[in-house]
Write a protein that binds this ligand. Sequence first.
Ligand code: NAD
Length: 245
Amino acid sequence: MLEASRKLMDYVEGSRAAVAFTGAGISTECGIPDFRSKDSAWARHPPMPLGEFLASEHNRAEAWRRKFAMDDVYRGARPGKAHRAIARLVAENRMLGVVTQNIDGLHLASGVPAEKIAELHGNGGYAVCLSCERRHELDQVRASFEATSTAPRCACGGIVKSATVSFGQSMPAAAMALARSLVQRCDLMIVAGSSLVVFPAAGFPLLAVRNGARLAIVNREPTPLDDAADLVLRGDIGEIFGPLA
Ligand code: NAD
């Protein structure tokens, strides 16, 4: 076993209430590119800020074109080793839950109950009406978009948008409340695969430290919070979490 895996396991064994904070790096081994790594497909199809999305029909159609192009990049992605390790720790009641920036739904797919996942940036697996909040399934949205090349509208006339949180959009209150509750109760915060530069999400590991929790960061690159961490493991997430799965 890798020395890094053993260290992580020691931290988990020394904790009674761990929480995971995950970012795009936990899903790269599943075929979903992260945001900031070189040549990311997200750079070719960047998510559109809310203001731009609301500004015109033309922009909304472009946002949906990019969204479906990215969906094709990672269609059929399945949970990886770190997702499975986290799901196991939650099932064994050693981990309270997961705070995630990811929109890929892979924590749910790995078996973590929905009520233990705080999806801070929403979920890319469905769409919502911005007026009446009705849920719209992507298959139908895509079929209509491909037939008409126009952005979908809800039956109420409202604008339909992917259920992700765009730049400029307010953070989802329920997910923020769940994240705060998890972080305030944890004695160990394990960050996996985040550059920790997107706020307010990246404030949660800091909040955990201020509340007296230990902080472990697993990432292949340095992060701005490395100095605040008790343990920094620089390496591949799948390899490091593998033995815990
Ligand atoms: P980020 O792209 O800014 O950072 C990812 C970090 O993970 C990087 O530091 C990278 O070096 C590291 N990394 C990537 N693969 C790794 C691996 N196999 N092993 C170890 N480290 C690895 O991601 P972020 O901090 O989550 O912020 C990006 C934003 O984009 C988030 O808001 C998120 O909502 C969104 N996003 C989500 C997904 C997803 O749902 N899977 C994918 C891309 C972007």
